[in-house]
Design a binder for this molecule. Structure first.
Ligand SMILES: *[C@@H]1O[C@H](CO)[C@@H](O)[C@H](O)[C@H]1NC(C)=O
Ligand SMILES: *[C@@H]1O[C@H](CO)[C@@H](O)[C@H](O)[C@H]1NC(C)=O
Length: 373
């Protein structure tokens, strides 16, 4: 079930140390006893997405930067290149448009939005062995028109690269032609998009970044040991096995999680990180997955009083779709922390189904803080 690519992951990730991280994270990794899993943790916790270096682009039909533009739809395309040594595996796309957008990656529709003040975020699997095309149908319903985006690409070698909206995006001063989103379309005769200023510029002002993931549909889960609101002190193991829907291969994942009182999170046996504040969730990126089956495991610790794990896992598949999995009774749990509980090969079939202690927002936890994408 677990492919060779996954077995090679620790080797691949060691490349991350020298290329992708700021000095602060490198020194963290260098001090860690287990360099390989620590480097996955470093990538997992990195949240470099911002629109600060991106431009508001349009077609040049606008009456100067930020001026009124013709009503109607315009196509935009950006090609993310691949080489024999740089194979793109996953993209996280932050986008806002004045006024509407429909986003496509490699011809598949990924989502749509209708706000210039609140950005949206999408996580999509890419094609490692071909160029990848991001296409946007941007629609102006009146007044100024603009598109702003940041695209963070994970490569198979563990490095990342950021692409922003700028004059390297292609556009047309006319409605999107049929097949404009198709990666094989020849856009060499399209014109360069025109910059109207960076994030924050008038008339758009500061764009609000979205949460990394929606956790409000998730449940607080634990073992069945909670009694009169309190659970025994100690460590408990939790596991969620995500099997890819028929015909789809899993590419990458995002996880948002917090635990009352403390946790360590694992993906396919590798530690991603830990947390100790149930009021503040952490967000993790898992840049590479097994195509068929992936195991997310949590060492949840209760230091007294109520106990709960709450998480949302977004898995991006190789056809442009993604699925969110929330903490619920499909998670398996056990009243101890067995050796190897986090390893994919561990048999959890005799473990119990997790118990839902409460929905997101319920007492005693209330609202929790989720980091930006
Ligand atoms: C572009 O988006 C607009 C607004 O949603 C829609 O009416 C139009 O059909 C779209 N064009 C294409 C080619 O998808
Ligand atoms: C809790 O789960 C265990 C294992 O499935 C079971 O033996 C026990 O009866 C359950 N306890 C309660 C209170 O439901």
């Amino acid at each position: 079930m677990f492919s060779q690519a996954l077995l090679l992951l620790p080797v691949v990730l060691s490349a991350v140390l020298t290329t992708a991280f700021p000095a602060s994270e490198k020194s963290l990794v260098a001090n860690a006893a287990n360099t390989e899993s620590a480097s996955l943790a470093a990538r997992a916790a990195a949240q470099p997405l911002t629109l600060a270096n991106s431009n508001w682009i349009w077609t040049g039909e606008e009456a100067g930067a930020g001026g009124n533009a013709p009503i109607g739809s315009r196509p935009f395309r950006k090609t993310i290149p691949h080489t024999s040594t740089k194979c793109p595996v996953c993209a996280t796309i932050l986008i806002a448009t004045d006024n509407l957008h429909t986003l496509y990656v490699n011809g598949a529709q990924v989502g749509s939005g209708a706000s210039f003040s609140d950005a949206q975020v999408y996580t999509v699997g890419l094609e490692p062995e071909s160029d990848n095309v991001i296409a946007v149908n941007g629609t102006n319903t009146g007044g100024p028109a603009g598109l702003i985006a940041t695209v963070l690409v994970d490569y198979a070698d563990g490095t990342t690269e950021t692409f922003v909206t700028d004059a390297s995006w292609k556009t047309l001063q006319s409605a999107p032609p049929a097949g404009f989103e198709n990666p094989s379309l020849d856009d060499s005769a399209w014109i360069a998009a025109v910059g109207q200023g960076m994030e924050g510029v008038s008339p758009w002002g500061q764009t609000t970044l979205p949460s990394a993931l929606d956790i409000t549909q998730s449940n607080w889960i634990w073992t069945n040991e909670t009694s009169a609101g309190n659970a025994p002190v100690g460590h408990r193991a939790f596991r969620k096995t995500v099997t890819s829907p028929y015909g789809k291969g899993a590419v990458c994942a995002k996880v948002v999680i917090t635990v009352d009182n403390a946790y360590t999170l694992y993906a396919n046996g590798e530690s991603l990180g830990s947390g100790t504040d149930f009021q503040t969730a952490q967000a993790y990126s898992v840049p590479q997955l097994d195509p068929d089956q992936n195991v997310f495991a949590v060492d949840g610790q209760n230091t007294g009083g109520p106990a709960g794990v709450i998480a949302t896992i977004l898995v991006a598949y190789n056809d442009g779709t993604s699925v969110s999995y929330v903490t619920d009774t499909t998670w398996k749990t056990t009243t101890d922390l067995p050796t190897g509980f986090q390893l994919p090969a561990t048999d959890d079939s005799t473990w119990s189904d997790a118990t839902i202690v409460g929905q997101y927002g319920s007492a005693p936890w209330g609202a929790i803080t989720v980091p930006d994408a």
